[in-house]
Each structure stands twice: as C-alpha cells, then as structure tokens.
Ligand binder design. Structure first.
Ligand SMILES: [Zn+2]
Ligand SMILES: [Zn+2]
Length: 256
C-alpha cells in the first residue's frame, strides 16, 4: 500500500493544503486538496472517496470533482455518513452554489453517494474499510483501511480527546492523527474537538494500554503558522513515550 499525502494542514497556501490522503492512487480520504494535485488522468483513476466529515477543509474539492466527472461523463463513488450527504446537498451541491452532481445527470449522477455506518465494515475499491466515530465538533468518522495483503492504517481525521472506544476497534500499523493546536490552547481544543501535543500524548498512552503496542504515528492538520512550536511540543511527547512521531507534509509518500 502506498499512502500519499496531498494535504496535511488546516490552512491552504502555495505550499500547504487542506486534508487529503490518497491510497495507491485509487482511494482518497477527504477531498480538501484533491483536484489541484492530480492530473485529469489521475482523477479518472480514482475509484472512491471517503469523507470524514462536512467541514469545508475536508470537502472543498467535491464540487470540482463533480464537475470534472460530469464533463468526463463518468461517475465517482463517494462514501460518508448521512449527515455529510445532507450537508453537501444543502450547502454545496444545491443547484445554487454549484450544480447538484448528486442527481445530475439524471441517468447516472456524476457523484454516486454511498451512506456508511460507523462500525460496519465494507469493501471499497478493493480495500476493507472500517468507519469508526471520533470526537469532533460535528459527527466525524475516522477510517481503518486494510489492504489485500492485510496492511492496516487508521486515519482519524479531526478529533479531540476521548478515543478509548475508537482504539478498541482499530489495530493499525500506521496511525494518521491530527494535532492542530498548541498546549496553551487546550481549553479551545477541548471545546472544538481538536488535539494539542499534550492531549495526543494522553491518547497514545491510552492506545498503548488498550492495544499493548503503539503504531507509527504521522501527524496531519497542523496549523502551519505555529508548526515550529508544535514540533517543539511534540518532541517532548516523543521523549515521554520513547517513540518517533512524524509530521505529514504535502507530497509525502509512505509505503507499507
Ligand atoms: Zn473539522
Ligand atoms: Zn479540519
């Protein structure tokens, strides 16, 4: 399995992008920065997109993908919860902001939306996909993705603390998890459902207690304006847990 990070930040600039991770060029998790990073041929090779939640930095390129597939006269498979389906149809693909590609063209809509339910595994684009609820400001689903050769990753997406129930369900080799804020912003992190380095440390300790091991950890969703300071705080977490934690970045490729 090759994992390619297209967007690893919560701010878009010329060198940072919104949330988007691509697996083996065929399966995308979130669509914050999907279209600008893929040629039209690469976009046509996509088999499915999994959306974690409806926040703009995770769904931004869905209308663009809808238009591209509409003009290509093709359909893309999109998977998420009913909540995300409703948000897309009301706010983005509502025939006002942009055409409703969930229903256009009538014979075969450009976006074929599939409703998933947390806790229920399905086979998507040849992968075993287990959606698991995490703790964010709006209902959010992380995804454990298992390849045919049984390699497992878990992508948490945006989440705050309190992941014990989630850890019981997953057993990844690599954990892609967010760190958005600095330790001094802990009360805002608790309120908005995000992690600071210290909160991440608690979650990793509970992962180790529940599962008896720690996976490789790759961070995403950093605020690039404070990434240097986040790095300093993460180095304390690395020392405390005696592990190495990697920072995701745009263009990063990982093979497992
Ligand atoms: Zn969010
Ligand atoms: Zn986000």
């Amino acid at each position: 399995m090759e994992i390619r990070i297209l967007g690893a930040h919560n701010i878009e600039t010329n060198n940072t992008g919104y949330a988007c991770i691509l697996i083996d060029d065929v399966l995308a998790v979130d669509a914050g920065s999907l279209t600008a990073n893929l040629s039209i041929t690469e976009q046509q090779n996509l088999k499915a997109i999994l959306l974690t939640h409806q926040h703009y930095d995770h769904v931004r390129d869905i209308p663009a993908i809808g238009m591209n597939f509409y003009l290509l006269e093709k359909a893309i498979e999109l998977y998420s919860t009913r909540t995300v389906y409703e948000a897309l149809s009301v706010y983005l693909l509502n025939d006002s902001l942009y055409p409703n590609f969930l229903e256009k063209p009538q014979e075969k809509p450009s976006i074929h939306f599939n409703i998933i339910e947390p806790g229920r595994t399905s086979i998507i684009a040849g992968y075993e996909v287990l959606p698991v609820s995490v703790n964010h400001a709006v209902p959010t689903t992380g995804y454990q993705i298992t390849s045919t050769n049984r390699k497992k990753i878990f992508i948490s997406s945006d989440t705050g603390k309190g992941l014990d129930d989630c850890w019981k369900e997953v057993s990844p080799e690599i954990l892609f998890i967010e760190v958005t804020l600095l330790n001094k912003k802990e009360s805002f992190a608790l309120e908005s459902g995000h992690l600071t380095p210290a909160l991440l440390q608690q979650e990793l300790i509970s992962f180790r207690e529940i599962k008896g091991y720690l996976p490789s950890v790759v961070l995403t969703h950093m605020n690039p304006l404070i990434e240097k300071d986040i790095k300093a705080e993460i180095s304390k977490v690395e020392k405390a847990l005696n592990i190495k934690i990697e920072f995701g970045y745009e263009g990063m490729r990982i093979n497992i």
